[in-house]
Structures are given as structure tokens and as C-alpha cells.
Write a protein that binds this ligand. Sequence first.
Ligand code: FEO
Ligand code: CA
Ligand code: CA
Ligand code: CA
Length: 719
Amino acid sequence: MTTNTRIDFNDEDSKTSNNPAFETVLDTRLSRRSLFKGAGMAGAAAGATALGGCATTMGGSTTQTLGSLGFKPVAKSRADAVVVPEGYTARVIYALGDPLTAATPAFKNDGTDADFGNRAGDHHDGIEWFGLDASGKPSDTFASRGLLAMNHEATTDEKLSSFFIHANGGTSTLPRPAAEIDKELMIHGISVAEVQTDGKQWAYKPASGFNRRVTTMTEVAVSGPAKGSEHLATVYSPDGTKARGTLNNCGTGRTPWGTFVSGEENWFGYFFRDAKDDERRKKDKQVQALNRYGRKAGAPSRHGWESGGTTDTYARWNNGALATSAKEDFRNEMNTFGYIVELDPYNTGAKLVKRTALGRFGHENVTFDRVAAGQPVVAYMGDDARGEYIYKFVSTAVWDPKDAQGSNRLAAGDKYLDKGTLFAARFKDDGTGEWMELSLNNPIIANSSYFEFKTAADVAVFTRLAADAVQATKMDRPEWAGVNPKNGEVYITLTNNSNRTLATADAANPRVYTDMKAGKEQKGNVNGHIVRLAHGKPTDTAFKWDIYLFASEAGADKATVNLSNLTDDNDLSSPDGLVFSNATGVCWIQTDDGAYTDTTNCMLLAALPGQRGDGGTKTLNHGNKQVTTHVGKAQTPATLKRFLVGPKGAEITGITETPDGRAIFVNVQHAGENTQMANVNDPSKYESQWPANAGYGAGKRPRSATIVITKNDGGVIGT
Ligand code: FEO
Ligand code: CA
Ligand code: CA
Ligand code: CA
């Protein structure tokens, strides 16, 4: 790698070359920096308020489903600031390094800070609100005190090092110093932080007894079909019943019984396998799975953590079959990642649990369908890599409404998430679709010649191969799923896919086009889309679908690209986060973009969606190939409006709200990520100085952070 070239591990391909009838994909790509080095542009958009400024008040009236979006749209912006509509205020409340105990020193933000196990982690991502009443008991209605549980997905890295957290940028060659790795191991994971408002201003509570960190080093229980599987045996847990840590946690969810769930996404890039490992493993069927999951023999690791020493802390990141049996080495360590993990945010002593029944893949988030007494609990999930699948889980146990208020929340998790059936989606051209069962009850799985499935653990651990076997539909990078509380329709963002070609374009992934950025061509499905599924009832294995929204530049061709009729008030690229507000019914859409960033930083939009089938069919002409698809109705600024634009280099990801809808919490990830490591101590060369330039915290190094947004008149967000 040169200084300008970076493997973008957060925008990862799965290795689908073993996947029947699918094109070979690239292993590495140029970074967004080297591809998209745009000129800087300053100045917040006219008519909008930059971050910082006046105090807010919280009102107390009840909320209602919004009939219209009341705010004035925010213009596209390349300012190094969070921009929100007139009449709204955004404030930073919780950033990388902030102390989570009374004894932890303030964050200096100069690369010398330590003790990250007691500080906010890096790369804030999915986030969920868990309310507390005045006495500190769990509350679904109290709106001025609560816990924010959130993911810390990754770190701003270049050439192995996580450079902003090391004084001089850290070591970019192997072997890496243990002291640097020790910090990096602790900035990943999950945090829980208590927040409250005094009626004027929100703040987090650094000394709250509820505050908690979970890192790559925390002991985790394995639950569901893979518990005790030979595939999970390691020297740390020879019987495969426990694991260590959670990693690359991306999207989140909230269970109907009040726990936090988090998806382990691009974990495979953290492991090293030497070039001889295939030979050593001989006929081990895991070699096929390792390739399919992105770890070819000889694959380098993202941070070189395996190079820090011979103790388990470092050795576990070497995924090679090095000893005589799996119980004596870490050849299976990678199989202990890739799950949905569940945490009880109210109980700092409760163990983190890996829910293996929900499958192992590049989990974005998990969203739950509306529950009904006596009916199974149903959840939807995306696997974020090019050409990967959309999944559904249906519990064996049926919903008991008493569990919504129970105090043993992880026991409810055991009940609903450890036994059930997993499905992968197959989209048909006619606008219908089918959920394909991934279990040994399905003869396609039981008799597969593609991969040997003998047990439920085989399906839980090698889920991508099971979905290959049933020929699920390869999608344009499935990210967040969300369920519309009004009608139960399921929305899934498909962020973009540079590998989509005319040969593989289909009704559910119909766009293939060229877009220009700074004089360079971008190809495939450059800007992404959002697919929408409707079921008769949640447990149905048949569904109908359409494409709710095609992300696009406003100026793009309306016949082939800008199919949703977007304008300057609502055009976007690379939808990723998608969360429905329970308070208002607003569908919040967030972007993680590298394609339109010559024009605008990443953003948050508010949508009032209609319903599946409200737009009819449309035929796209790709020269001599036509693709007919099913589209949602065209958008207008009344149905889709830009609410926020973030600082430079940042992704906007994760959003949650107080139950009254009067405060939303939004995460701003990796501002300044395109800074060169050589400039780590030259703030004038940082791509971003946010949130320091918004008045938050010491130093000038950019930090991932949580912001709270309130309406200056105390009203409901979006009105
Ligand atoms: Fe971590 Fe798919 O975004
Ligand atoms: Ca462009
Ligand atoms: Ca994401
Ligand atoms: Ca993304």
C-alpha cells in the first residue's frame, strides 16, 4: 500500500467467488480518499443553523403520527459542521474517550489517553434509547432520563494503525507494539451511558452506575444452535460455550422485551491466516467457509493485532490451524464472530450473549416486526457486502406480552432468540418473493452437494453457504432494516454496489449506470436504493415487494437513474441507517456515502413513506437489455426532506429518540477520516476538527460523537 491507498474494511466485499453463478469480486479497493479527493468548500447552507448555540426546552404534551414534515429542508453542505433546520439545535453530548467512571481522567485528545475500557469507544454507530424513571427503574414512557446503548464499530485507521488515538499516529509496520494494540482492542465494542436533561439541556453522566463498556476482551456467552459446536472450540473455550468479545458492531435494534441487540459486521478483516494454512487444514470443510467469509490463506489483518505477542490477547487474531487440535489454538476464533449479540442495558452485571440462531454473516442491524400475543417473534436482518442476502428469523416460542415488562430480560432473549427458523429472501421479477428456509428440514440444505450441512450448528455458523445453496437473491449490499409501525412493511437499505453489472441486473437490483465524481467514472448501482416488503402476516413465507426509493443525484437522468424524482431538497447517495420513529412514524434515513461527497457531506433525511405498490412498474432501458421493476411513488419535498448534514469525512449513522419524540440522538462517525496519518499532529491539515470546532472537548483531533437534537420551542422533532 502507498500512503494514499487504504483497504476500506468498512465497505467490505464478501468473497463470493465460491458462490455459484456469481462474478468474482475484488479483494481490495482504493480508499475513498484516493478515489475521491475533492476540493474543500466552506460555509454552512443558508437558512440553516450550524452546530452549537442556544439552549432548548423539553415540552410534555403527547405525540402523534405526523401528517406532514414541518421543517424547512437543509441544503447540501460541505461545511465542517453539523447543520440542522432553522428552529432546531444540535449539541454534542458524548464523544470518543469521554470518561465513564468518576475516577477516569478527562480526555486530553492528544493520543496519550489510556484506560479506554472506562471511556467511550470509537466510531459511534447504531444507538438505542432505554428509558429510566426518576428512581432509576426501567421506563417506556419517561422522557428526561435514560440510557444510550451504542456500538463502537471501528476506528479511523490507515496502514494498520488506529492513528488518532496514538500520540504520533502509531506504528504502521509489523510487528505492532502491544501497547498500541491494547488501546485498539478497547476502543471497539459497545457502550452504555446514562443521559438526562434538566429541562434545558441534555448531558451524559460520567459517574453513573449504569455506565458500561463491552470490548473485544469481554467474556461472552454463546447461545443457540452453535453453543457447544466443534466449530467454536478454541483454547479459550474448548467446549465452544463461550467466546471473548464483540467486534465491528454496526447497526442495532431493540427487542420487544427491552434489551439491546447489535450486529457484528466486518469482523473477518481483523484476522490473519498465513499462506500455508489451507495445506495444514487439508480436507477441513472450513476452508471453503473461510474463503466464502473473506479469509483466504495469506490474508493480512486490518490492524496486525496478531503480531503483538504470544499471549492469547494477540495470538487469538491468528486464525491458522497451528496446533494439533482446534482445542489448542485459535483456528476457530473467527467462527466466534459474526452474530447478533444481546445485552441487557439495565444490568451491568449481565453477560453479553451471542444469539447464534440468527445466523453468522456481516450483520448490519436487526429489526423486530410488530409482536402479537400467541404469535412468533419475527425479525429482519441484512448482510452488508456486495451480492449478499436479506434474512428473516421466526421464533419457535410465541409472544407473551408479560415478557415486555419482565425483569429477567436475557431469559426472554433465551426464549425467543435461541430457537427458531432462519430464512433468506428470494426476489422474483413479478414483484413477489419467497423466504427460503435455512434448516435441515429443507431438502435443498440437507442434501446439498455445495456444502455439507449435518447439524443446526452448521447452518448457524456457515449461514452464507446455506443461503447460497437455496439461491437467495444477491442484493446491492443490504444495510439496515426497519419495520413501519403503521402497517408492518419492512424497509431495507441497499447502500450501493460497484459490482452490479448489466449481466446481473434484475428487477430487485435494476440500476446499472455511470456517475462522474471529480472527473472519474463511478459504475454499477452508484447511489443505492431502498427495497420494501409486505407480508399478509409476519410469519408468511411469501411476500410482495417494490423499491420504495432510488437514491440519486437530483440532476441525474430521470429515466434510468433518478427514478424517484429527487430534487435539491432531498437528493442523497448511499442510504445506510434506516429507523422508524415510534413517536411520529417518520422514517429516518442516514447516509454513509463516498459517491456524492464532492457535493455534500453525509446526511439524515426524514421521510413519510406510503405503501408497497403505490408507484406501479417501470422499465429501465440498458441499451439492449430491459429490466422491468416495481417502484414506489415519486418523491416530493413533502414526503422526503433533508434534515441534517454532517461534518467533513463523517458518516451519519444510528438514531434513537425519547418516547415523547422531543429529542433525537444521532451518531456522527469518523469525521476527518480522510486525514493523512503523517499529519496527525498538524491540525491545519486535518480534514475535520469536529467536534472541537463546535466547542466540545479538548484538542483538535476529530472524534466520533453522539449529538442530541431538540426543537427550540420544545416541540416534537420533525414538526
Ligand atoms: Fe457498518 Fe454496513 O455499515
Ligand atoms: Ca456525481
Ligand atoms: Ca452501517
Ligand atoms: Ca455503510
